[in-house]
Design a protein around this ligand. Structure first.
Ligand SMILES: [Zn+2]
Length: 71
């Protein structure tokens, strides 16, 4: 199956600091994008997906923390 990739090119710029990136939204792998599950009780009751909180999508927050090279 084909996969789309997102790439971060690391490059220090100016003073080093923390950088944050946010990925594009991706389908929640737990609920498959539905955003909810049946509660499992007898009534057809639904509960929101605990991973995506009912949105059906997740995003990745990537933090890059630049540090001095002290090795
Ligand atoms: Zn979900």
């Amino acid at each position: 199956m084909s996969k789309k990739r997102e790439m971060i090119i690391l490059e220090p710029d100016g003073r080093i600091h923390k950088e944050g990136f946010c990925s594009r939204p991706m389908t929640c792998p737990y609920c498959g994008g539905k955003g909810w599950f049946y509660s499992g009780r007898q009534e057809p009751e639904t509960i929101p997906c605990p991973d995506c909180e009912g949105t059906g999508e997740v995003i990745a927050l990537v933090t890059i923390d630049w540090k001095p090279n002290k090795q």
